[in-house]
Design a protein around this ligand. Structure first.
Ligand code: NAI
Ligand code: OAA
Length: 270
């Protein structure tokens, strides 16, 4: 049986483009009717594939009645669009998980999802092992630390803002040591993962985060440690950066694609 799923993607940057192209190329009984929501004047609007609808405002998206809206745009877009979609009864997949570091927005999203009997879905994104972390965090005394270590290319503007020349940085620079809430809000395009870990685990304030810009690495490296009464988890994930955006790991778009397939699949991992 051929099933068509109607999905709207917000944003057509490094993640959105790959997601749309992968879903269009799906070679199975599952097919997608796709739309992209781009802000007017957006640079990539000419490169939309012919079969993909384009909307320049959220009302157009809502009138099209998607089964799922996928955010691949940034934390501000979560704030602008998630509560509206959810209260209209449309499930909303969140890539920019750092938006949920704001307790006020997190509560607003929960209220909207309940009132629309819909759901906000959170991608694993650049990392994994969230299932283990969630289970371990149910036991009191579980501790979580996270280190993000990315090449200088992911941190050029931020280093300049600190008065450092990115091209002359030849030692690792510790940009941040603190909690997940601050990390995800201070670095909205690099530290969404900190908020994802906090949400799945022991919370924003108790998730310890270190951020390093390292001229000695050429991959986005994520080291997660979970220690507690249930045992110890130590993972090191070494991601190739996206070719279009060095801050974003290439795997993230595939995490979104996977989450979309999972959403419509009769069998689901939990
Ligand atoms: N959960 C995770 O592991 C990760 C999450 N992310 C999140 O995904 C976001 C997107 O990443 P990329 O595709 O690499 O970024 P990108 O900068 O390549 O593309 C973002 C696209 O969204 C559009 N956009 C931005 N704000 C918008 C708004 N308010 N409304 C509509 N469109 C808007 C831009 O015009 C652009 O086309 C990042 O900003 C970050 O928040 C990124 C990496 C990992
Ligand atoms: O893609 C990554 O490696 C992580 C990232 O940018 C984020 O967490 O915002």
């Amino acid at each position: 049986m051929n099933v068509k799923h109607r999905v709207a993607v917000i944003g057509f940057g490094s993640i959105g483009k790959t997601v749309v192209n992968e879903l269009l190329g799906t070679d199975s009984a599952t097919r997608f009717d796709l739309a992209v929501f781009q802000r007017e004047g957006s640079r990539s609007q000419i490169s939309l594939p012919a079969s993909v609808k384009r909307f320049i405002d959220l009302d157009g998206v809502l009138d099209w009645k998607p089964q799922l809206v996928v955010e691949a745009a940034g934390q501000v877009a979560v704030r602008q669009y998630a509560p509206i979609c959810l209260s209209a009864g449309i499930p909303f997949l969140i890539s920019s998980t750092g938006a949920l570091a704001s307790e006020e927005l997190r509560l607003r999203i929960e209220v909207a999802a309940r009132s629309g009997t819909s759901k906000a879905l959170i991608i694993s994104g650049a990392i994994g092992a969230l299932d283990y972390l969630s289970a371990a965090a149910r036991l009191p005394g579980t501790r979580v630390t996270y280190e993000s270590r990315k090449p200088i290319a992911a941190w050029r503007e931020e280093l300049r803002e600190l008065g450092l020349d990115p091209d002359a940085t030849d030692e690792p620079v510790i940009l941040f040591d603190g909690d997940a809430e601050t990390a995800a809000q201070r670095y909205p395009r690099n530290l969404n993962v900190a908020a994802t870990l906090a949400l799945a685990g022991v919370g924003m304030r108790d998730t310890a985060v270190r951020v390093v810009a390292d001229p000695g690495v050429d991959a986005n490296t994520h080291v997660i440690t979970v220690e507690g009464p249930s045992g110890t988890l130590h993972t090191r994930i070494v991601n190739a950066p996206s070719l279009d955006n060095p801050k974003t790991s290439a795997i993230v778009a595939f995490s979104v694609v996977n989450a979309i397939h999972q959403y419509f699949a009769p069998l689901q991992f939990t």
